[in-house]
Design a protein around this ligand. Structure first.
Ligand code: 6PG
Length: 227
């Protein structure tokens, strides 16, 4: 999985850098991306992505301090960013009041992507996971945030998965050039049988990620596939 994801990431990065001189990448949290992060820091891969031309953003963040073990930024910093020459990364400020942090990140995205009113940032690559309930990013089933059509970033609260969180919205995810889902382990098998049914009306947040003008890649391991 990590190898396949790394290949797609590197190809996407090289294309973006060749085309516009920068690669914009948005990272999710959770445990699944860790093998990919570690592979990208290995000797064979550490130079594969032009990290000096890469801007790293976050798909979502838990409303905790960066040093908290639940911080998605903290995870990526420990496992990836501190070990490659990435210097251009822009975290969601989990330590701030959620609504304020969401608005600040929206302002940061509008500035960095030079967005006009009503426009959405177009990330070159968005790395996503899927929960056993079908959530992705911090977009949980039946959450009103799933119906948001204007905001770029929202603060959400899921009783099932406290603490409060910050998340990119579906219009942002679906504006990406490439969304890569990683799903591993038997626990994900059940939800994948629904999440991967892209012909059906989307019921789960993970099913609602369908880039309008971009690639959608699901990378799953045998355990997740076979159950
Ligand atoms: C988060 C992630 C979340 C994650 C899924 C899967 O902040 O928790 O962004 O969407 O991708 O919960 O998590 P695992 O990879 O740990 O199964």
């Amino acid at each position: 999985m990590a190898l396949e994801a790394a290949r797609i990431l590197v190809r996407t990065a090289q294309e973006a850098i060749a085309r516009k001189g920068v690669f914009t990448l948005a990272l999710s949290g959770g445990k699944t991306p860790v093998p990919l992060f570690r592979l990208l820091t290995s000797a064979a891969w550490t130079q594969a992505i032009g990290w000096d031309k890469t801007e790293v953003y976050w798909v979502d963040e838990r409303c905790v301090k960066p040093e908290n073990q639940d911080s998605n930024y903290g995870l990526a910093r420990r496992e990836l960013l501190a070990k490659v020459e990435a210097t251009r990364y822009y975290r969601m400020k989990g330590e701030e009041a959620p609504e304020k942090a969401a608005r600040e990140y929206e302002d940061l995205l509008r500035d960095h992507f030079s967005l006009a009113c009503g426009e959405f940032p177009r990330f070159d690559c968005v790395l996503l996971g899927v929960g056993t309930d079908g959530h992705t990013a911090s977009l949980f089933p039946d959450d009103p945030a799933l119906r948001e059509g204007k905001r770029l970033v929202m603060d959400v609260f899921s009783r099932r998965q406290p603490p409060p969180r910050l998340t990119l919205t579906l219009p942002v995810l679906n504006n990406a050039r490439c969304c890569i889902f990683l799903a591993s382990g038997r626990l994900k098998h059940h939800i994948l049988s629904t999440a991967l049914n892209l012909m059906a009306a989307p019921l789960l947040p993970a099913q609602m990620v369908r880039p309008r003008d971009g690639d959608l890649c699901w990378i799953i391991d045998d355990n997740a596939y076979q159950g």
